[in-house]
Design a protein around this ligand. Structure first.
Ligand SMILES: Cc1ncc(COP(=O)(O)O)c(C=O)c1O
Length: 332
């Protein structure tokens, strides 16, 4: 158990304490000096957590489809990935599969809620099951919450707030998605001092420090009032509904996302051999870019019928994309 500090009001490093005390929605007091690390986007926070906390030979559990950076940074740490597959249409977590993934070598589990690319928002019950196994096997949770404000149905729950979890959780997030500032690369990790020391031992040699002027800008963003978040989610909800309805009308089987700005769909109706072929055709012949999800599975065959669209675009762009696909894609 680690003692929890309190949020300080005196800036230790410009912007840093404000950024994170404002950003952490878990309702827990955190000490900005020993528990917060500002990183170059969540991307660096992921890398620093993997490299700083995982030892060569350790096992780390990933839910697949997974954000590709997890597997790459695990490889940098010399660790082995174990997979728990979330399957369409609901991408529910199978508790037996989850338990089977935990072994005496498991050092961490990567939880990403809301989840890229499925749009799944993990339920409290699922997070409780993960937490219970983390406690039983003495495992760290690395919780990537970059889409924490993009929840259309359900509730965002920070796993660190569950019983006995703060002391074994590294919470990661960033400015990128919530404030549409992906290019700023400001992110952070929040973790008890012992885990923060690990994250910082890697951060020290990855980027060392993050641009101070941008941290001041980040503080301004994090002071946004409630109406900002209400407008933000309302706008994305409209875009989500527009794209889900449009894709369904075109002939895709669409897996409506409860969170994030991604939607997964099944492209089988259009007769392509796999997702890479389908996405290549979409870019070259239809003029719409999408991602082939086989890149998010350890066995690419599991993603071959899927396509991932992003709807973080204005309405006119989304309508144009739908119109192009409606005329350019023919069911076979
Ligand atoms: C799940 C997830 N984590 C982390 C990131 C990277 O975040 P950042 O832009 O803050 O580096 C992304 C970006 O797509 C993401 O989807």
């Amino acid at each position: 158990m680690f003692a929890r500090g309190t949020v300080r009001t005196v800036p230790i490093q410009p912007g840093l304490n404000q950024i994170v005390s404002l950003a952490f929605r878990g309702g827990l007091d955190v000490d900005p000096v020993s528990e917060i690390t500002v990183t170059s986007g969540c991307t660096e926070a992921i890398a620093a957590s993997m490299i700083g906390l995982i030892n060569p030979g350790d096992e780390v559990i990933l839910f697949e489809p997974y954000y590709d950076s997890y597997r790459a940074t695990l490889a940098m740490a010399g660790a082995e990935a174990k997979f728990v597959t979330l399957r369409p249409p609901h991408f529910a977590m199978d508790p037996d599969e989850l338990r089977a993934a935990f072994t005496s070598k498991t050092r961490a589990i990567l939880v990403n809620t809301p989840h890229n690319p499925t749009g799944k928002v993990f339920t409290r019950e699922e997070l409780e099951q993960i937490a219970s196994l983390c406690r039983e096997f003495d495992v760290i949770a690395i919780s990537d919450e970059v889409y924490e404000h993009l929840v259309f149905e359900g509730e965002h729950i920070n796993i660190a707030t569950l019983d006995g979890m703060y002391e074994r959780t590294v919470t990661l997030s960033s400015l990128g998605k919530t404030y549409s500032l992906t290019g700023w690369k400001i992110g952070w990790s929040i973790a008890p001092p012992e885990l923060t020391a690990g994250v910082r031992s890697a951060h020290q040699f990855l980027t060392y420090a993050i641009s101070t002027p941008l941290q001041h800008g980040a503080v301004a963003a994090l002071h946004a009032d409630q109406s900002y978040y209400e407008e933000f989610i309302a706008k994305y909800r409209n875009w989500r509904d527009l794209i889900v309805d449009g894709l369904t009308r075109i002939g895709f089987e669409v897996y409506k996302p409860a969170g994030t700005y991604f939607v997964l769909a099944d492209h089988t109706a259009f007769g392509f051999a796999n997702d890479v072929e389908f996405c290549r055709h979409l870019v070259a012949e239809v003029g719409v870019a999408a991602i082939p999800p086989s890149a998010f599975y350890h066995d690419p065959a599991d993603g071959k019928n899927l396509v991932r669209f992003a709807f973080c675009k204005d309405e006119a762009t989304l309508r144009e994309a739908l119109s192009r696909m409606s005329t350019g894609l023919k069911s076979r």
